[in-house]
Each structure stands twice: as structure tokens, then as C-alpha cells.
Design a protein around this ligand. Sequence first.
Ligand code: SAM
Length: 344
Amino acid sequence: MRKKENNHGIFSAGQKTLWRALRPSIWTLKSDPSHENPALSILRTLHDQPRWLEPYHLYDERGSQLFEQICELPEYYLTRTEDSILTEKAAEIIAAAPVECIVELGAGTSKKTMHLLREQVRLRKGGTFAPIDVSLRSLLASRDTVKRRFRQLTFHGLCSRYEEGISSVDTSLPTLFVFLGSTVGNFNRSEFTRFFLHLSRSMGPKDFLLLGTDRVKEVEILEKAYNDSQGVTADFILNVFVSINRLTKGNFDLKKMRYHSWYNPEWQQIEMYAISTATQEIHFPSYKTFFVWEKDDRILVEISRKFEPLRLQRQLQLFGLNPVGHFTDANEWFSLLLFRKSVS
Ligand SMILES: C[S@@+](CC[C@H](N)C(=O)[O-])C[C@H]1O[C@@H](n2cnc3c(N)ncnc32)[C@H](O)[C@@H]1O
């Protein structure tokens, strides 16, 4: 096991090939010129029909804070249900996945992951923990907790999007990829395929994936979880337009929009919209483009897909991921699915 060092710098670098070779740190790969310009990605999807946004734009500093508040809401059963499964099953999961490294995708503050890290330290005495997230704020919180609670672990945070982060991971170590919070449900169908093709190709024969997925259930429970009485989810969703204005110099006006969400049963997904309350022109002078946002027209800001575990297992098998474990709660509201990369 590598010796732990205390210096946790924040590197901005095109040095991703050196990942893990240097000091424990939080790496940011943001300066990589191959990355898509976020402002352009926003403008492209805003000109699409229907207009929509990629989910990572939601997680600026305030968005990440609001998401943490959502996790505490009484209506938002997802976090505490997944946490309860991990509390009970972390030892079993870690025993089933003999790895040296845990890479967490869309890690946030990694609160629930601490159950897995505790068991990793108990069973294997140490290892590497590498959370990947676009939110530097969340990675810093995660780093501080890991440093305080698990000095035996080497921490390497990667402040990047999933795909760049996954590509920069050292593939020589047996690794458990962890993707919690039903974040996989935020992918639309084409993003889902692209993500699993990339992840599976990056995984070696000793690698595992632990996937947290929210399940199809009563519509009332689902709809309440995304339309809470305190309006935190609405703030979270509409905050994306503050972030968009900052990035694109656009003129979205939060006073001229409202939040609406519903469960689409055919697509088995919650859809979260911003609806224009007046016809308005949205301009992006730096990009010499604009659109007319008609009164009552919608922008699809985020989706949250709900899954049937068996069907998802069969689907992921076709990406070379073999199901080796299924952990759920007493209500069967949420599932943690464990996969092992198949040897082809
Ligand atoms: C739904 S939250 C889940 C957070 C945490 N895993 C949990 O279970 O509470 C999604 C997380 O993924 C991150 N995220 C969203 N899109 C991302 C992307 N394309 N690449 C990297 N991180 C992303 C967000 O910053 C956020 O922390």
C-alpha cells in the first residue's frame, strides 16, 4: 500500500497520465483542450426540440449546496433508503469485490460511500479512493472527511466530467467503480449508452461496478420526491439558469419562469421542466444567437429515470457487465446492483 502523505494540493493540469503517481490531491482536468466547451453544449441543447440541458450544468456552487439540502428533505426518500442499504450491506459488498481502489463517479460529498470505505479499510487495511465530480466544493468536503476518518486511504479527487475522469484512471489496479444516488437515472437514452460503452471499455477483468438505482414505484411517492413542500427542488432546477447566464452571458429571468415536474409512466421517468410565464427573447450576444421562449413553452432541465432491476441487469450484461449481487431495502424502493466486468 502506498504511503500516505499530508499535502493535498489542488492541481490544474494536462498531467492526467501522472494520476496516482504523485501526491494525494484533487486534480482538475478542466484545461484539457479536448473538452467540450460547456457554454456551447448549453446553446446546442437549448436550440434542440424539445429544448433540454445536460445534467452537469446543475452543479455549480449553489446547485451543489441545494442538492445537499434535497438529500435531507422528508419527501426525498432516495438518499436515506440507499444509505440504509449501504449501512447494512457494505461489508458484504466489499467482501464480494476484492479491489485495491474505489473510484466514485458523480461522488458529491461521498457521504454514503463512507460505509464502503470503512469496510475497505477494515478488510484490506487501506487502498486508494478516487472520487470524480464536476463539483470542486463537494470534492473538498469529501477529501476533508476521508482525511479525518480514514488516514489509511490515499485520496485522489478528480474534478472533471465522468468520461474524462474515467479515461484518466490508472487501469492497473483492481477497481470498484461506484455510481450512487440514482445519478444514472439522469442520463437520457443516448447518454446512457455512451456512458456504459465508455465505462465498460475502460474496466479491466478484475473490476466491479456498484450502481445505485431508484426503482419504479407508486406515482404519488415519486412525484412528491421531486416536488417538495419547501420548494428546494424548484430552486435547484431553476438555479441552472443563473449558472447558464454566468457561462453564456445570457438573459434568462428567473421571475419569468416556473418549475413543473411530473412522472411520465411510458418512459418511466420524472421530468423536471422550467416553463416560461411570458413570451420572451433569450439572447446570447457573445455567441450571436437567440431564441424566443414562448409563454407556457418548456425546457426539460433534468430527468430522473426509474428502473426495474432485472431488466437493467439484462441490459448491462450486453455492455459486458455481469450481475453478481443485488441489494435492496424492505420496501424494494431502491436497488444497489453489483456487476463484474466480464472476461471476453
Ligand atoms: C444526483 S447527485 C449524486 C451525488 C452523490 N453520489 C449521492 O449519491 O448523493 C449527482 C452528482 O454527480 C455530479 N455530476 C453530474 N454530472 C456529472 C458529470 N457529467 N461528470 C461528473 N460529475 C457529474 C454532480 O456534481 C453531483 O455531485
